[in-house]
Design a protein around this ligand. Structure first.
Ligand code: NAP
Length: 324
């Protein structure tokens, strides 16, 4: 049987990956996008994307995901629902991507594998996962209709999802370890003005307790160490992200947190592999920057394939953590 061979293999179908697929397939390159979950990545489980240009009223994350997917597929990108577990170099300069459904070979690879939610590591977190502990408000918010929930974190995600939850539950308590959130000004203003949101600042979650369901959080003050209990029906944890790059250990250079190092044109340390979006060291983790990075990576891959066909070896510039 002839092996599946692509010009461009994109890993991840979030905004970066779908845009890379759109650009690569539109350039006439045989392109596959591999996705282990649902197309859209993080925006597939985001309520409202309010800062992506072209949608003055904002757009629902799942709707934007579907539109991006449709556009990539329209130009010929093939979506493969599988998980890339490793990349191996081949003698001819191409890469073999191992997957559960069988390996695929590609002359270039664009890593757009994004990042996933960090766990808190508090006692009870694993025990009550799915029984009160959640990492996705849009997926699980409805289970707590009319109830009281907490959101842990002070970044854009915590406040965006806290605001979403106010539409479903009676009360949202945002618990943040410092006395000031780091979220964007606009989000802070909206959250502070929302009567359903209350704040417990300068506290961390010390433990989670309950019976067959989570019932209460044990909170510790970061100012004086005092403890207090908070009765809740659920808790949503939004304390930042971890990059999905474990499968690339030893293949491309990563920083100490696992983010992939790249040049300003998004080349990784491995020839023929680019990185776009939240998995990249220095990424701004915005939909609008992710799509830009997807486009850059695809255009760079296209140019590389052109040089490959002309028999030229590209120079390999120095890697750094770049904020584009
Ligand atoms: P983030 O910006 O890294 O914020 C993480 C928050 O969790 C911080 O407030 C941090 O506290 C807190 N935290 C971290 N570890 C903790 C721990 N062990 N215990 C308690 N609190 C902890 O993460 P994010 O909110 O998920 O956002 C990730 C990226 O996506 C950001 O670049 C963000 O701008 C972007 N994003 C953008 C939008 C939007 O534009 N609408 C929406 C969502 C996300 P400290 O502040 O004390 O460090």
């Amino acid at each position: 049987m002839a092996e599946d061979r692509f010009d461009v293999l994109v890993i991840g179908a979030g905004p970066a990956g779908l845009t890379a697929g759109l650009y690569a397939s539109r350039a006439g390159l045989k392109t596959a996008i591999v996705e282990k979950g649902a197309p859209g990545g993080q925006i597939a489980t985001t309520d409202l994307v309010d800062n992506y240009p072209g949608f003055p009223e904002g757009i629902l994350g799942p709707d934007l995901s579907q539109l991006m997917e449709k556009q990539a597929v329209r130009f010929g990108s093939q979506l493969i629902y599988d998980e890339v577990t490793g990349l191996k170099p081949r003698e001819d300069g191409s890469w073999e991507a191992t997957m559960y459904g069988g390996a695929k070979v590609a002359r270039t690879v664009i890593v757009a594998s994004g990042a996933y939610e960090r766990k808190l590591g508090a006692p009870g977190e694993d025990r009550f996962r799915g029984r009160g502990v959640s990492y996705c408000a849009i997926c699980d918010g409805a289970f707590f209709k009319g109830g009281k929930v907490a959101v842990v974190g002070g970044g854009d995600s915590a406040l965006t999802e806290g605001l979403y939850l106010t539409r479903v539950v009676e009360e949202v308590t945002i618990i943040h370890r410092r006395d000031e959130p780091r979220a964007a000004y606009d989000l802070q203003q909206r959250a502070k003005a929302n009567p359903k949101i209350r704040w417990i600042l300068s506290h961390v979650v010390e433990g989670m307790e309950g019976d067959d369901q989570l019932r209460r959080l044990i909170l510790r003050s970061t100012k004086d160490g005092s403890l207090q209990e908070l009765q809740v029906d659920g808790v949503f944890i939004y304390i930042g992200m971890v990059p999905n790059t474990g499968f690339l250990a030893g293949v491309v250079e990563r920083d100490e947190a696992g983010y992939i190092l790249a040049t300003p044109s998004l080349q990784t340390s491995a020839p023929g592999i680019w990185v776009a979006g939240d998995a990249r060291a220095g990424s701004l983790a915005q939909v609008s920057t992710a799509v830009g990075e997807g486009a850059i990576a695809a255009l760079e891959a296209e140019a590389y394939l052109g040089r490959w066909e002309a028999g030229q070896k590209p120079p390999w510039p120095r890697l750094e953590k770049v904020t584009l």
